[in-house]
Design a protein around this ligand. Structure first.
Ligand SMILES: [Zn+2]
Length: 416
């Protein structure tokens, strides 16, 4: 090994040999064969007895159904997206009377607004809770500049608001959609029904070290501004017996088929591949999604397109080689626009200039993942895009045994 080939200068990202997920993704594990835990988990799917799971679901729902029709059977948190449209359709099909609850997204798009109206038109009661937009903009800006996550307020309220509404309406059961992290069905699945506590909820929020209480005193934020960002107390949860389940545990969950079914019931897709993605039917409800996903790329070296590509590879819809090409073409591009809304318009709402935005980008970029000049400056193309150090696994036969794989930063969670 020559002096300029030290392991430090030859670091590379390691990718799953089955899909294209990098090992820089928080909470992912690779086995001895170089296959990621998400692929292994998916592999086990054919062994699942879905009719047994369905019987389990019927049993759980029956346990929580309102006996005399005087209250709702469950709360369904809904964004208005294809998955929540599918969830509501399933609940209605199963004869339930759900109360649908939306925590309005940080920057609701017109198409997102139309899809919420469509969801209501399926025939459900719907509560939408919108937090004070002035306070939210302050939090958006603070979270963006401090932890590199513009969507932090949304990640908090999509978990707190449905639970608060469940407590207020005395509805014990909350029916969530997919559980991407765990295999179990949620606390409701436990015999006798276990209560959903704060800890259980915190498993799913990508709060990356910023707590709600940390905001008090920042830029004029007071305790009274944060009511909707606060979980109900343990006493309140226990009084109602609030519990939750994941529909994705009981029904074979597939985004593409959910989209097909949702579209057949009036859900509107974008009609073109969304910026930074490979699909046209996801993440249509918040114009800040593009910035959020770009920061995932800067921090961890993968964005929305990688998520989409991995899903399609696992389901055998595209080859791994095609996935690599699509990811190279679409993933982690500088977010000039999202759903055709220019970046500058989005930044203006936060009172940020383009130069300030670029400065925050630089601060949160993991330089080990991207090509730099000899002087250590990040290399950008004419569109401002970065290039990863490698798009696929470095060939082991190329004498690269001393390549040091870049692991996931400890203690960081993807706010996916
Ligand atoms: Zn994989």
């Amino acid at each position: 090994m020559s002096a300029d080939q030290t392991p430090m200068t030859r670091r590379s990202i390691r990718y799953c040999r089955r899909c294209v997920m990098p090992d820089t993704r928080p909470d992912i594990m690779f086995d001895a064969d170089g296959v990621c835990s998400a692929c292994r988990h998916f592999e086990q799917r054919p062994q699942i007895d879905w009719s047994a799971r369905r019987a389990e679901l019927d049993e759980v729902l029956d346990r929580y159904r309102s006996r005399d029709g005087s209250n709702y059977d469950c709360v369904v948190p809904v964004s208005g997206g294809k998955d929540s449209t599918f969830q509501v359709l399933k609940m209605l099909e199963l004869g339930l009377n759900p109360l649908c609850v939306t925590a309005t997204t940080c920057h609701l798009s017109p198409i997102g607004r139309r899809n919420l109206a469509n969801l209501r038109s399926l025939g459900v009661d719907h509560v939408e809770v919108t937090v004070n937009p002035r306070v939210r903009r302050v939090i958006n800006r603070f979270a963006f500049t401090q932890v590199g996550d513009i969507s932090w307020p949304e990640h908090v309220t999509i978990f707190t608001i449905p639970v608060r509404v469940a407590v207020q309406h005395n509805v014990p059961l909350i029916v969530w959609g997919e559980n991407s992290q765990n295999e179990y069905g949620g606390p409701a699945a436990a015999a006798g029904g276990s209560v959903l506590d704060r800890r259980w909820l915190e498993e799913f929020g990508g709060l990356i070290g910023l707590r709600v209480s940390d905001l008090v005193g920042r830029d004029g934020i007071e305790h009274r501004h944060l009511i909707q960002y606060t979980y109900p107390t343990d006493e309140q949860l226990a009084r109602v017996g609030v519990t939750g389940l994941f529909l994705g545990y009981y029904l074979p969950w597939d985004g593409a088929s959910n989209a097909l079914i949702a579209q057949a019931h009036g859900f509107e897709s974008w009609g073109r591949t969304v910026e930074g993605a490979l699909l046209d039917y996801e993440n249509l409800d918040n114009l800040f999604h593009g910035i959020h996903d770009y920061f995932k790329f800067l921090k961890f070296g993968f964005g929305r397109a990688t998520d989409h590509a991995c899903m399609q590879v696992r389901r055998g819809r595209i080859s791994r080689a095609d996935a690599i090409e699509l990811v190279r073409r679409h993933d982690g591009k500088y977010p000039h626009s999202y759903l055709d809304t220019p970046l500058d318009d989005l930044l203006a709402e936060l009172g940020l200039t383009r130069a300030q935005f670029d400065d925050v980008c630089d601060r949160f970029t993991n330089r080990a993942l991207f090509r730099t000049t000899r002087a250590g400056e990040l290399l950008r193309d004419e569109r401002g895009n970065l290039t990863k150090v490698n798009d696929d696994n470095v060939d082991d036969s190329d004498g690269a045994a001393d390549v040091t794989a870049i692991g996931a930063p400890a203690g960081r969670r993807a706010a996916a």
